[in-house]
Design a binder for this molecule. Structure first.
Ligand SMILES: [Zn+2]
Ligand SMILES: [Zn+2]
Length: 272
């Protein structure tokens, strides 16, 4: 296996969809895009729906599942989600549903996926750590706080796909009604740029190659604000900082060089 590729097809409240790829294994994480948009954006990264082994759903909010039922009706594939999320989803009949449990890793071909609970106003939402035997990548969006559990689990990632939803001042003075502002800023809402910065401060290490700012609000954030905040604690490091887009894919490839740690045991059994 030569690399792990992450294709963020779309990120933000208008729709989320990401493909995790290692070897011949490709998994879709969330499906907040219409079938037409999903097909188009997959083609832009040289993939097609038939390449996907399964879809993992992080939680049941519309921006993560709007296109899920249509996708599954046309292209049946297994759905992996926590029991709470599965109960909140209206899956088409006959779809194979595999329950995920926080802290319990599952293997899908070359990828091992570890769901980790987030703090968000959904039934049983999770972030995901994806690992091969040589690389781990973290995907965490839709959480109001970076809990100690998330910080512990996401240590040692080579690639970090981290929510930077809003700038607190833009949110405060922006056009949203107060109840929505309060929801976003709450402990079960979304991470601000500053919260993302604090998380990066904790999670930075020598082999952190890239941090991608995810789930940026179109009204309450700007890509350059998010990347500036995130890059601040990384000054002097070789880590690249990027922002994911609403309207076009962003592809990150983590090439695997021989690791100086040898074979990593990524998710020790019994660790939940
Ligand atoms: Zn969302
Ligand atoms: Zn959400």
């Amino acid at each position: 296996m030569s690399s792990v590729r992450v294709a963020v097809l779309a990120s933000g409240s208008s729709g989320n969809a990401t493909v995790l790829e290692a070897g011949d294994t490709r998994v879709l994480v969330d499906c907040g895009l219409s079938l037409r948009q999903l097909t188009r954006r997959l083609a832009e990264v040289n993939l097609k729906i038939a390449d996907l082994a399964a879809v993992v759903v992080t939680h049941e909010h519309g921006d993560h599942v709007a296109g899920l039922a249509t996708l599954l009706r046309r292209y049946p594939m297994p759905v992996l989600a926590t029991a709470g999320t599965l109960a909140a989803l209206d899956l088409p009949e006959g779809v194979e549903a595999a329950p995920l449990q926080g802290g319990r890793a599952v293997r899908l071909g070359a990828l091992e996926l570890l769901p980790v609970a987030t703090s968000h106003d959904a039934r049983e939402p999770v972030a995901l750590l994806a690992a091969t035997d040589r690389c781990r990548v973290g995907l965490v969006t839709d959480t109001g706080v970076m809990t100690e559990l998330l910080l512990e689990r996401f240590a040692g990632c080579r690639g970090l796909f981290l929510e930077a939803n809003h700038d607190p001042d833009l949110l405060r003075w922006g056009p949203y009604p107060w109840p929505l502002k309060q929801r976003i800023a709450s402990r079960t809402g979304h991470l601000s740029n500053q919260q993302a910065q604090a998380a990066v401060e904790r999670l930075a290490h020598d082999e952190l190659e890239v941090v991608v700012a995810m789930h940026l609000s179109q009204e309450n954030n700007r890509p350059e604000l998010a990347t500036h905040e995130i890059a601040t604690p990384l000054r002097g490091a070789r880590t690249q900082v990027l922002a994911a887009h609403h309207e076009r894919p962003l592809v990150v490839e983590l090439a695997l060089s021989p690791t100086r740690h040898g074979q990593l045991h990524l998710f020790p059994p019994g660790n939940s």
